[in-house]
Design a binder for this molecule. Structure first.
Ligand code: GDP
Length: 295
């Protein structure tokens, strides 16, 4: 996860740590390297610019220049700003609503929505929640089957969606069942497309209006690189997102998307996907991630 970025930044860190004195020039050199490393890791340009400007301003301040270990102080500033970029502290799921609480999953096809729905259901089941999974991906009956198979494996209930029905009708039936059978949480998986398209956005908007979810999670594949940022923007403009889940961080050598989406959407990354397996979902901790990146 983010190995390349870590590798690149460690060179800069080693250099800084060795400096007994720092000048603006030293700092500018280091920042140039950090900038390159972030861009190579696929962090979006506006995000990089903003980040570098903040670090530079603080690094050239008294706090750093008069420090006994200025190199170390700059590293600390980078660490703090990297953490801030990704959102400071972990933000968990908000389940404080009258049950059944709805979690709506949004994102492009292949982002990992279905897999992540199963992973989340498993987590919630472990917290003793009664969970109902449901899919409204009527365009791909295989996606409905995929969720049903996953649910069976996890011993979690799954709504029997009929692909002949409209997503909104499915939503109505799901809510009906969830209320009648006293489910705590409904995880509602939706249809994605290969790229942003108006019909998909209109559909998920209508589902959102109907379901009134407590959580609207945007699922994004870290391997999408720069496209992840554009997708995040589009979904963020269409839906009042409450959080983001970045998947496939295990397989991504660059992973800069994870650093950009918080900045672009303004919404917290709540979880990260770190494997294909059902337990491959972790709460996201910006400070730990920053620590991991800086080595
Ligand atoms: P959907 O179309 O958004 O529902 O995406 P799927 O849930 O079907 O996932 C697409 C592919 O990504 C599947 O092969 C998943 O196993 C895989 N996948 C999902 N999340 C992760 C993850 O965190 N790590 C890895 N390595 N693979 C993942």
């Amino acid at each position: 996860m983010l190995e390349n970025l870590t590798g690149r930044l460690q060179g800069v860190i080693k250099n800084l740590r060795g400096q007994a004195r720092l000048t603006e020039e030293n700092i500018a050199d280091a920042m140039r390297e950090v900038r390159m490393a972030l861009l190579e890791a696929d962090v979006a340009l506006p995000v990089v610019k903003d980040f570098i400007a903040r670090v530079k301003e603080r690094a050239n301040g008294r706090e750093v220049l008069q420090s006994l270990t200025p190199g170390q102080a700059v590293i600390e500033v980078v660490n703090q700003e990297l953490t801030a970029l990704m959102g400071q502290a972990n933000v968990g799921l908000n389940l404080a609503a009258v049950p059944p609480v709805v979690i709506l999953m949004a994102g492009l096809q292949g982002a990992g929505k279905t897999t992540t729905s199963g992973k989340l259901a498993k987590l919630l089941k472990e917290q003793k929640k009664k969970v109902l999974l449901a899919s409204a991906d009527v365009y791909r009956p295989a996606a409905i089957t995929q969720l049903q198979t996953l649910a069976k494996q996890l011993e979690i209930d799954c709504f029997d969606s009929n692909p002949q029905q409209k997503p909104l009708d499915i939503a109505a039936q799901v809510m009906d069942q969830a209320k009648k059978s006293y489910y705590d949480v409904v995880i509602f998986d939706t249809a994605g497309r290969l790229a942003i398209d108006e019909a998909m956005m209109a559909e998920i908007k209508a589902l959102h209006a109907y379901l009134q979810p407590t959580e609207t999670l945007f699922v994004v594949d870290a391997m999408q690189g720069q496209d992840a940022v554009n997708t995040a923007k589009a979904f963020g403009e269409t839906l009042p997102l409450t959080g983001v889940i970045v998947t496939k961080l295990d397989g991504d050598a660059r992973g800069g998307a994870a650093l950009s989406v918080r900045h672009v959407t303004g919404k917290p990354i709540k979880f990260i996907g770190v494997s294909e397996k059902v337990d491959g979902l972790e709460p996201f901790h910006p400070d730990r991630m920053a620590g991991r990146i800086l080595g």
